[in-house]
Design a protein. Structure first.
Lengths: 351, 249
């Protein structure tokens, strides 16, 4: 039988993601990929994979997964989560597992990932990765476009995600230490591309205000609540392309920050753009989080990109062995789930 | 050399903007610069995205700092010509039958035309592919004759079927897949604008590309059904007009 992860419950929105489908935006194909590319890389480093291997991206509430392989090395990086491992599907008592580490799981064991805390996303990687054919160079799931990942959609109960490995080598499990995967209080942004659609006083007010991530947040973007921004020249522009981290201001004045699954083009003026170095942290922001935007110059932004790339280069140095134990020896845990609703609403994005 | 502005869209993208509005001349400049950038293959340029009035250039500033990219673009502008060969010409079948065109009566009422008059005008022009966006393979075709230019519907539809041919403002679109939309539905095309096939390049996956030209060819409901069945079986091959002529010669 093909080695696989059997999805017993899918969680709120669990998708296969890698570093995105770059190079096809001129054909209307979104880049997509991990909301938090640093979290994805950390999960892959823990599992012993290449940095850009496809992993499961979990939003807010995780899946329940049964192991259908001799054994599987699985890692968890990103937000904190209540994770338990049960000996089989009927077991009611499980062992708690921490995030930011790898574990080795045996055939028949069941992993239940509960609700996330301290961030919106968690990455679950498996050693060897998923046996999924890339679509245009990527295994990322583009739900709106119905492309890539597992059948172009989020996981559902009953899915069996095929694995490359039927078993894994005996080695120490690992933890990642000293990598900042926290949600930010502020992200940095450069003004533009449509700063001329706003009075200088409104741009200043945008950078001086604190916003809250609203309930309409999803993989396409974060709708912000807070001080509305007035337009100087209306809110319709001739559609142009949308860069990652673009902060567009629609008619109601409430900014929308565009994330991985943003559409390639759009017709609202964009007051500022979050810098590339802060996109991974931006992608971690959960509904309800407070966020400010700090104005930086393009030169500062490009310098900060160097810092992030250097930090990424050091991820492997932050992997620390923790021995052969499959899971932590902690008391059995019977935690429940808290479903956070209202995350997905593709209909809001119609042209 | 065309007049243009360089807009900063974060630290990894520049929008090279030739003007405002939907305009063939602006589009010609956009596509000409895209061609130049494709020809010279600047190291550090990741991809370009043509839109109605600007070309987005995605780049890696570590490889190609912004000042160097801006200078290279300025130099390339000197050699940009809009007289180069236009894109491919396509004849795309569209069925305007009542069953597949729920908004035709409404459009006729709002424009003072007959149904036949709406169809005749929609199928009379050679459309220009300004850009692709919103969904994989979705092309913005313009310009719709002025008499048919309507604002979007007040209430968008939650779902329109794949293949829907729609109009709104000066654009007409064929929707590659089921999606929400606020545009007016004038017909249905059996042609797949997007085919998900692993192993093939993107150019095989998306039928149209920016700069192509499209003429809508009206077909009957019976023809639609036949072609739709062929398309569903993967046997409907649509080739550009010039390519078909070359093959026959």
């Amino acid at each position: 039988m093909t080695p696989a992860l059997h999805i017993i419950r899918p969680g709120l929105l669990t998708t296969v993601q890698d570093l995105g489908r770059t190079g096809y935006q001129r054909l209307g194909i979104a880049v997509g990929g991990a909301l938090d590319a640093v979290g994805l890389r950390a999960a892959n480093a823990l599992a012993g994979n290449a940095p850009g291997a496809g992993a499961l991206e979990v939003l807010y509430l995780g899946p329940t997964i049964a192991i259908e392989a001799d054994d599987v090395r699985m890692s968890f990086a990103g937000a904190n989560a209540a994770i338990e491992v049960f000996p089989d599907v009927t077991a009611v008592r499980g062992r708690r597992v921490e995030t930011q580490r790898s574990i080795r799981l045996r055939r028949g064991e069941v992993v239940r990932i509960g609700s996330l805390s301290g961030g919106a996303v968690l990455y679950v990687a498996v050693e060897g990765g998923f046996d999924i054919e890339p679509m245009l160079g990527s295994v990322s799931t583009d739900i709106r476009g119905g492309i890539g990942g597992w059948q172009g959609r989020a996981l559902i109960a009953g899915d069996r995600l095929p694995l490359h490995l039927i078993g894994v080598t005996d080695r120490d499990e690992c933890r990642i230490e000293g990598l900042d995967l926290a949600t930010p209080a502020a992200v940095r942004a450069v003004a533009g591309p449509q700063s001329d659609y706003f009075a200088e006083s409104e741009i200043a007010a945008f950078f001086a205000s604190e916003y809250t991530v609203g309930a309409g947040a999803n993989r396409m973007g974060l709708r912000l609540e807070g001080r509305p921004i007035a337009h100087a020249r209306g809110h319709n522009i001739t559609s142009d392309a949308i860069a990652p981290g673009s902060i567009q201001v629609p008619g109601n004045g409430l900014p929308i920050v565009l994330l991985a699954d943003r559409q390639t083009t759009g017709g609202y003026p964009k007051i500022a753009t979050v810098i590339s170095a802060d996109l991974p942290a931006l992608g971690r922001l959960p509904i309800g989080a407070k966020i400010r935007f700090e104005s930086v110059t393009i030169e500062e932004a490009q310098e900060m990109r160097r810092f992030l790339l250097a930090e990424i280069e050091r991820i492997n140095d932050k992997i620390v062995p923790i021995g052969r134990a499959g899971t932590d020896d902690v008391a059995p845990n019977l935690s429940g789930h808290n479903l956070i609703s209202g995350v997905v609403g593709a209909g809001d994005w119609a042209i | 050399m065309p007049p243009y502005k360089v807009l900063i869209a974060g630290d990894t993208a520049l929008a090279i903007e030739f003007g405002d509005g939907v305009d063939r001349q602006l589009s010609a400049w956009v596509l000409a610069l895209a061609r130049r950038l494709n020809e010279v293959r600047l190291e550090g340029v990741i991809e370009t995205v043509p839109t109605f009035r600007s070309l987005m250039v995605y780049y890696d500033p570590i490889v190609l700092p912004i000042a160097a990219l801006v200078a290279r673009i300025e130099a390339l502008m000197e050699g940009v010509r809009t007289t180069e060969a236009a894109g491919r010409l396509w004849h795309l079948p569209v069925c305007y039958d009542r069953d597949l065109a729920p908004d035709l009566d409404d459009i006729a009422a709002r424009t003072g035309l007959t149904r036949a008059g709406v169809i005749e005008r929609h199928a009379a022009v050679t459309y220009h592919v300004y850009m692709l966006g919103f969904l994989p393979g979705l092309a913005y075709l313009g310009d719709v004759p002025a008499e048919l230019a309507l604002p979007r519907r007040d209430i968008p539809r939650i779902r329109i079927p794949a293949g829907s041919v729609a109009i709104g403002m000066s654009m007409s679109c064929i929707f590659p897949r089921e999606t929400p939309s606020g545009l007016h539905l004038v017909g249905r095309s059996p042609v797949a604008l997007w085919r998900q096939q692993t192993g093939l390049g993107a150019e095989f996956a998306a039928l149209l590309a920016p700069g192509d030209r499209v003429i809508f060819a009206p077909i009957s409901l019976r023809e639609y059904d036949e072609m739709h069945a062929k398309a569903a079986a993967g046997n409907l091959t649509i080739t550009p007009v010039d390519a078909a002529r070359d093959a026959a010669a």
